[in-house]
Design a protein around this ligand. Structure first.
Ligand SMILES: [Zn+2]
Length: 199
């Protein structure tokens, strides 16, 4: 790699890291915001506050009563359960910060991201539309804390669990070829992912 390329690579990883921290804060703020219901608010709540894909703190992939977990693709959920059990043996608890999301929740996240990042183009680097989000189809999870994402990044492939985007170290999807071929090359961010192209 020549030095110009290296400095570009360094700059993009610094950018990715900066964006990653901002993105993580926004996500935490957004999810916390969703979970808070002011006392005495009118009875417009759905049957359960987690029906839209909101995830209560401390949720794991074994929490079947949370829609974000129960509505995941079953193969992805099974892989996550196996990996979580192995991580536990290494002293790492894998928590689910986001899994399946309703269209309404995804729209809310996108609206918030446009507000935060100032433009739909910049928001697209962090939040997909309901039509393209693998969360809405039940095919993606965001894990935490940091050490759990790190553990899964290092040990996920044998379970078929792969990090997809360089700028989202917490976002994992199932890649059935990963146990034999390893995980595919990562995209820098979702805008490089052909699945995210507007339809
Ligand atoms: Zn995600």
């Amino acid at each position: 790699m020549n030095s110009a390329r290296m400095s570009v690579a360094r700059r993009s990883s610094a950018l990715a890291l900066g964006g990653l921290i901002v993105g993580a804060l926004v996500l935490v703020a957004t999810l916390t915001g969703c979970a808070v219901h002011p006392a005495g608010s009118p009875s417009t709540d759905p049957a359960s506050p987690t029906d839209d894909g909101t995830v209560p703190p401390g949720t794991t992939v074994f929490d079947d009563d949370v829609a974000a977990v129960s509505r995941l693709n079953a193969q992805l959920r099974d892989a996550l359960r196996a990996a979580s059990t192995a991580a536990q043996a290494d002293g790492v608890e894998v928590r689910i910060n986001s899994g399946w999301r309703s269209t309404a929740l995804q729209e809310r996240l996108l609206r918030d991201a446009v507000e935060t990042y100032g433009s739909p183009a910049e928001a697209a680097r962090w939040v997909a539309t309901p039509e393209t989000s693998p969360h809405v189809s039940g095919d993606a999870v965001d894990v935490g804390p940091w050490e759990a994402a790190e553990w899964l990044g290092r040990h996920g492939a044998p379970y078929g669990l792969c990090q997809i985007y360089i700028n989202e170290a917490w976002h994992f999807e199932l890649r059935t070829e990963a146990p034999t071929q390893g995980c595919p090359r990562m995209y820098l961010d979702p805008t490089e992912d052909p699945r995210m192209a507007p339809r």
